[in-house]
Design a protein around this ligand. Sequence first.
Ligand SMILES: [Fe+2]
Length: 446
Amino acid sequence: MGPESVPVHWMVAEDESFKRIVQQGTALAESAWAHSVHVEVAGLKPDRWYWYRFTAGGATSPVGRTRTFPAPGALPAKLSFAFASCQKYEVGYYTAYEHMAREDLDLVVHLGDYIYEKGDSKSEAVRPHGQAEVLELDDYRKRYAIYKSDPALQAMHAAAPWVVTWDDHEVNNNYAGAVSEDPTVDRAAFLRRRAAGYRAYYEHLPLRRSALPAGPDMLLYRRLEFGRLASFNVLDTRQYRTDQPLGDGFQPPSPVLLDPHGTILGEQQRKWLLDGLDHSPATWNVLAQQVMMARNEEVPGAERAYHMDKWTGYEYERQAVLRHLRERAIANPVVITGDIHTNWANELGPDADRPDDAAVAVEFVGTSISSGGDEAKPGLDAAVVRAENPWVKFFNDERGYVRCEVTPEAWRADYRTVAYVSRPGAPVRTAASFVVNSGRPILEPA
Ligand SMILES: [Fe+2]
């Protein structure tokens, strides 16, 4: 499109055929924001479905469906949602989203790696996009355009509201704050790249004005309350973290990891999170975030090694957050996680070195939509994972998403998987289901 701004008319209705239009207006799509519009509609009724569409230049968009949350103070009987992450376009089809769209969901939570910034991985590509690594704003925009051309992804966006947060690949693999993956890139140059990645993310995803980026800064962490049933603390573990202390990979335990200056949240976000948990009225307190909080040890035998890009690279803060959950008796903390392209179900205690350490929270780690292709972790054996990490109650290396059904009494998680993504049409199955009863942070097979 050219530099001109384009008026876009929007409509919100109580019915799918737009007989009962409740609000409408015009937003200006500007070239400075990739001709995106972000409409915030006030004054809708709580806890009900709406339909919306756009018209511009004589064209009418498909119809999208969304819903409002229950009123503050209301205790809804149920929330059904799914969470997903890691959708590398060229390595697999988005079959998981086709199945997700057939579920009856109130909400989708996306935990990052919505795009991947690297050049086409030709050897693994089943649908190559042919583009090089993205560095500049226009390239990030093109990458979103490629990903968003996928009909299953489009249909899922149209089927339910999304709550999104990013991980690393929306900018650069394994970056930390102002530090690039590539040590030869200086901070100023990397912050210019981060500004481009953040801006394109804002443009292409359903975010409010509160997230409007300013240069390399964008306020993405926020809290959403589904009545008194569930409070979602949507976290950003990339923008404010200190550099991985010992590189990005697995490292043996080191006193460096207990340095109180190491942080994955940043001081402000940590205070905001802990304070919000202390005052939460919710039955379920969700940490919707990127990287695994549980320790994962993948080496058989006595040798120990933990991953530096995950919470275990920031062990001081990991323990501090988990201790806070225990000391303040935070109601039903549930961590939901992406990043690792495999499914895990974990019980979380503050001190993983003590076998009698009681769990204070549970963590559901969802696999990738497509990243990794058909075999994401060949060689990582479920029996080894279980033996090395007694707090891990389930491990699976298929693609898919996690469906959650939340009531005042219990949280049920179903690991929905597809056996292949290298060609379309894989059926979906439930690889495992767990239930957590309110007041008891233990994973019980459903
Ligand atoms: Fe990923």
